[in-house]
Design a protein around this ligand. Sequence first.
Ligand code: FES
Length: 574
Amino acid sequence: MSRITAEQLRSWRWYGRDELRSFGHRSRAKQAGFGHEDYMGKPIIGILNSWSEQNSCHMHLKLTADAVRRGILQAGGHPMEIPVLSVGEMLTKPTAMFHRNLLAMETEEVLRANPLDGAVLLGGCDKSTPGLLMGAFSVDLPVIYMPCGPMMKGNWRGQVLGSGSDVWKYWDEKRAGNLSWEEWCEIEDGIARGPGHCMTMGTASTLTALAETLGLCMPGASSIPAVDSAHLRTAAAAGRQMVENVWEQRKPSQIVDERSFHNAIAVDMALGGSTNAMVHLVAMAGRLGIKLPLEKFDEISRRVPLMANLRPAGEYLMEDFYVAGGLRALLTAMGDLLVREVPTITGRTLGENIEGCEVLNEAVIRSRDKALQPDGGTAVLRGNLCPNGAVIKHAAADPKLHRHRGPALVFDHYADLKARIDDPDLPVTADSVLVLRNAGPVGAPGMPEWGQLPIPRKLLMQGVRDMVRLSDCRMSGTSYGACVLHIAPESAVGGPLALVENGDIIELDVPGRRLHLEVSDEELAKRRARWQPAPTRYHRGYAKLFVEHVTQADEGADFDFLQHGPAVPEPEIY
Ligand code: FES
């Protein structure tokens, strides 16, 4: 498309016309202190800011917004900062995932309802990336995603601490009696030393890297630590680029296609990224009418090696990754595993954006022939327990458990798990298969990150550190262990997980991609006839909307009415 003119700007419909409503719009711009020379005929760029004091990962985003504003003004645009929901992973309950779709709805409507020609989206903490992008994809205005960047490495008595991963590790040591309360408090002091998202290759680092791979960020933006001055310089560059992208009308639908999503899956595997990426990529692709069957993840996982030596699958943290060349260096090292001809927000292709980039530390970003492991380490399972699929990140599990048969020990819901897991009389051995149900999109609700079920204390005392665990929820990207996740359909809607009884034998076969409940079809039919769904506890508000419309994990857990469909008409300006 050729460059648009000032009169073709979307915002011109609000401000530029000679009619009553435009008078109202212009007079209120003057009320805010803006004369015609500030905004008339200029791209009006929203800075959608998910800053909040409740979200420590985003606490620097006011500064980031100021830098974006500077870039927009430099390029002749008019910035308008707009606050949006901040779904902080730590404090938001029942889980930030419950509110991802709310953020997506808000983003879509804020972009559609206001006189904006484009927007820079500020996020980074786990669900903010997919939430902001899902909404932007649906409204299809030009956007750039500006990630908040990872926080600095954690530190405890000279040991490097990684977000999440070291919490799980040291919590188990504390429960096993190997760590004092004072030492635990010292870890609390040192694990989150400044602004930015979790600095392991958890969900946040994964999703921001995938947003960049999709072509939606300034090149290199996702790897820059939050406190590095390059973050603010890149934010200003995003502001300048955004003005240009409005004139050029570079919209998500023209940038992101099926090849971009396949690239994103490949990068997820090369990074050893979070299993959560699967749910979010399916949901984001769904907004653009692109289908990503789970088998596509499995297929790409089998041929893409794990190249980033980052926790939890590897050794290093995001600061090391940045110094080693960051995402652009990894993309370069991936060679023909990626389609390089895909467009990006810079107006250049992905391949052109990374030209000249190189790996600066091969201990952190391995070459393909020295990869940490030959495949991406994420498998999609099928079987009578998960007819619509389940996921395991076997790269982060004890290899001895990749093939396992054991008796089920069932927890009906998370409160049941919490109440009994450390009971000295719990009938559990290292061979048991722990099952958590009613933890899926509808059951929990919101599919929380409960999937790394704790190892029972009595087994921890015996030295057990991993065992097979099944659930219909997710787990943090910073977690590890032989945890089968995202079982679909979930138990709360009558999936087979609802029919498992204590002592049933469950077989996990990762190489064979199989999860099987060794109970006859006849017996399962009898159990199904007896099964009753739990009565809903949600009769009003967003929670009611959520449980009535959320889809299953293999469909991205988006709302059924938000998935791709006919475009919503532009608002009339009456
Ligand atoms: Fe915000 Fe982990 S808590 S990214």
